[in-house]
Design a protein around this ligand. Structure first.
Ligand code: FPP
Length: 251
């Protein structure tokens, strides 16, 4: 199943799928043409990830900032979600992929929310790759929601009064993020890939990627293929992760 030249696979890969617009522009096509090609690329990478036996994959499909794009592009992306579910769901079910959405996706138009809910529901018993799609997701929003949730819980339970605990800890915040134990219980990404040559996080999993290995490639997302993906995973596996310590101490 996994013919990679390494046993040191990342448990969780996060991907910023960037460059659809430029890919389309190079071909003299509208941006949505690029997003459609990007959706095909995403499907191939999901299946490849599942085959490699990697446990978690999280992709950035629509950020809290993407609403600033033209109405045509935003509504085109939402329609693409509906088409994606209609055309790819069966293959994803067969590949034993379990899909979740992180982010406030309920703010999307009803038909897109329905399509996403269907995808979540139909894959909920699958126990293979956990594929998380970030939609209307922002890292700062994730942290702010977590903090507000903690405040609400403490108000409801009057917890700080009962326990004398007033400080909010890192652990409290981690637990309440979309990826936290109170929600989807997804470990922090080991490897974060961004395509298209841009070298920034753009508000994606900013809390969770504190110790992730970052790999940037110039390839535009629609051109990103399994061969390059495997080579980046192999590059990751040769990196020396120290988490702020020194190698000997970690060992
Ligand atoms: C970034 O490229 C890409 C996005 C904002 C959208 C990503 C969406 C997909 C890959 C479509 C599939 C998603 C689903 C759930 C069906 P960009 O538009 O910023 O490219 P540019 O930087 O070249 O303009």
């Amino acid at each position: 199943m996994n013919d990679l030249k390494t046993n040191n696979l990342p448990r969780h890969i996060a991907i910023i799928m960037d460059g659809n617009g430029r890919w389309a522009k190079h071909r003299g096509k509208p941006r949505l043409f690029g997003h459609r090609a990007g959706a095909t690329s995403m499907k191939k990478i999901v299946i490849a990830t599942a085959k490699m036996g990697i446990e978690y994959l999280t992709v950035y499909a629509f950020s809290t900032e993407n609403w600033k794009r033209s109405t045509e592009e935003v509504s085109g992306l939402f329609k693409l979600i509906i088409q994606y579910v209609a055309s790819e769901l069966n293959e994803l079910i067969d590949a034993n992929v379990h899909i979740n959405v992180i982010g406030d996706y309920k703010k999307l138009p009803d038909a897109s929310v329905k399509a996403l809910d269907k995808m979540i529901d139909k894959t909920k018993y699958n126990d293979g790759l956990k594929f998380n799609i970030a939609i209307n997701y922002g890292g700062r929003d994730d942290i702010t929601r977590a903090v507000n949730q903690i405040i609400r819980e403490r108000e409801i339970n009057n917890l700080s009064f009962k326990t004398g605990k007033t400080e909010v800890t890192e652990d409290d915040i981690s637990k309440h993020l979309y990826t936290g134990k109170m929600n989807f219980d997804i470990p922090d990404p080991d490897l974060l890939i961004r395509t298209s040559g841009e070298q920034r996080l753009s508000n994606f999993l900013i809390w969770q990627s504190s110790y992730s290995e970052l790999i940037f490639t110039k390839t535009l997302w629609p051109d990103f293929d399994e061969e390059e993906y495997r080579s980046l995973i192999e590059a990751y596996s040769n990196r020396d992760r120290r988490y702020g310590g020194i190698k000997e101490e970690i060992k």
